[in-house]
Design a protein around this ligand. Structure first.
Ligand code: NAI
Length: 396
């Protein structure tokens, strides 16, 4: 079929297999160009098909020659209907990994469920024996608790008072004001239940119970802080409460890993265009200004550059540097004082008319469509393309 982008709100409901393969191949090339990382060798990535999780899987496999198991929740293709991009990304990843003799298997399903945890544990037991790292990079709007069956929905709301600020519809370029009503107590509970650390801890406990964690085991999850500008809707909002919980969970997990000399980390990463961040009000405008400033200062990074730096300069060095609250920081360039000063100035000037010149709206859009395999120069989008692509390890 001929595959073109079809957007609905902040998501794209089609994706291009060859474009996704191009994106994966570009990330692999980047990792290879940076040289070997003495990292973990048997790695489980939860949320492995897009964004930071995919970048982590690629960095482990192609930077450290790791065997990887990836867990994700993606829509497979059918005749005349494209898969979700994470499906195509994984198909391309596995093919590239297998070509180099690297072990790579995947599990598609709800990582919050007992069934998917059991399936993953059985696969580790059968194929790898133990793992030496777990990357937890899940981003989801909902979670059904596996014990109670309660379904929680996360929200992106301010706490305490209504928040009004500018935002951009990045498809039309229109900058307008939005107001978000404050959350209820229940919104906080629900968001923490979905995006907090409980499921991360459940994974670790399940693996530990079955003796599937090796000595010196490491686990890492990703967090975000961001600037004052977005604080009410992000770090001091409902999602920020979930991130507080996730960060606290790292300490609980570290305590539980004492006998293995294991350690749990949280890395605070930079703001990037991913399927999850496009859904957060205000953030797309902030990102388009941030990209402009970071590019002008030659410090712009994407997911793969962030994770490469995280592994090579933070995680797999003799002593992992952390901030006062024990977090790894690879948002250091985003949060540089001079960068934030420039972004704040631009924020005040941002209107529908000025944004195309003062912000990187084009860069935002390109990266957004790249997430779904579109807008790659190397791909002929007029060509007939086979949408029914299989993920080798899921073919049965
Ligand atoms: P993403 O949307 O690109 O990736 C989410 C991943 O989770 C995908 O692999 C998806 O298949 C998987 N997933 C979702 N629901 C699932 C379920 N029920 N079961 C199994 N897999 C499921 O997200 P992104 O942006 O890479 O986020 C990953 C982490 O990084 C999140 O914790 C996020 O808060 C954090 N982060 C994101 C930043 C950003 O600007 N995008 C900045 C800093 C941290």
């Amino acid at each position: 079929m001929i595959i073109a982008p079809k957007t609905r709100g902040f998501i794209c409901i089609t994706s291009h297999p060859d474009g996704c393969a191009q994106s994966v191949s570009n990330q692999i090339d980047y990792i290879k160009s940076k040289g070997k990382i003495e990292g973990a060798k048997k790695v489980l990535v939860i949320g492995a098909s897009t964004g930071f999780g995919l970048a982590s899987r690629i960095t482990s496999a192609f930077g450290s020659e790791a065997s990887t198991i990836g867990v994700f929740f993606e829509k497979p293709p059918s005749e005349g209907r494209t898969a979700s991009s994470g499906w195509y990304n994984t198909a391309a990843f596995e093919k590239a990994a297998h070509k180099e003799g690297l072990y790579a298997k995947s599990i598609n399903g709800d990582a919050f469920s007992h069934a998917i945890k059991d399936e993953t544990l059985a696969l580790i037991k059968a194929d790898l024996g133990q793992i030496d790292m777990l990357v937890y990079s899940l981003a989801s709007p909902v979670r059904t608790h596996p014990d109670t069956g309660v379904r929680y929905k996360s929200t992106l709301k301010p706490i305490g008072e209504k928040y009004t600020n500018k935002t951009v519809d990045f498809h039309t370029g229109e900058v307008k004001e939005i107001s978000i009503e404050p959350c209820t107590e229940e919104d906080i509970t629900n968001t923490v239940a979905v995006m907090g650390g409980q499921d991360w801890e459940m994974w670790i406990n399940a693996l530990k119970k079955e003796n599937l964690l090796s000595p010196n085991f490491k686990t890492i999850a990703y967090s975000y802080i961001g600037p004052k500008l977005t604080e009410p809707v992000y770090r001091k909002g409902t999602i920020g409460k979930a991130k507080d919980h996730l960060e606290q969970t790292a300490f609980t997990i570290t305590d539980s890993l004492k006998e293995l000399n294991g350690k749990a980390y949280v890395s605070v990463n930079k703001a990037l265009v991913t399927q999850s961040s496009s859904a957060i009000p205000v953030i797309p405008l902030y990102i388009s200004l941030l990209y402009k400033v970071m590019k002008a200062n030659c410090v712009q990074e994407g997911c793969i550059e962030q994770i490469q730096r995280l592994y090579a300069e933070r995680l797999f060095v003799e002593e992992t540097p952390t901030d006062d609250e024990g977090r790894i920081r690879v948002d250091d360039w985003e949060m540089r004082e001079d960068i934030q000063e420039q972004v704040t100035k631009l924020w005040e000037q941002a209107t529908t008319e000025t944004l195309p010149s003062i912000g990187d709206l084009e860069g935002y859009k390109t990266e957004f469509f790249n997430l779904f395999g579109f807008n790659f120069d190397e791909i002929d989008y007029t060509a007939d393309t086979n949408e029914v692509v299989v993920i080798p390890s899921l073919e049965s």
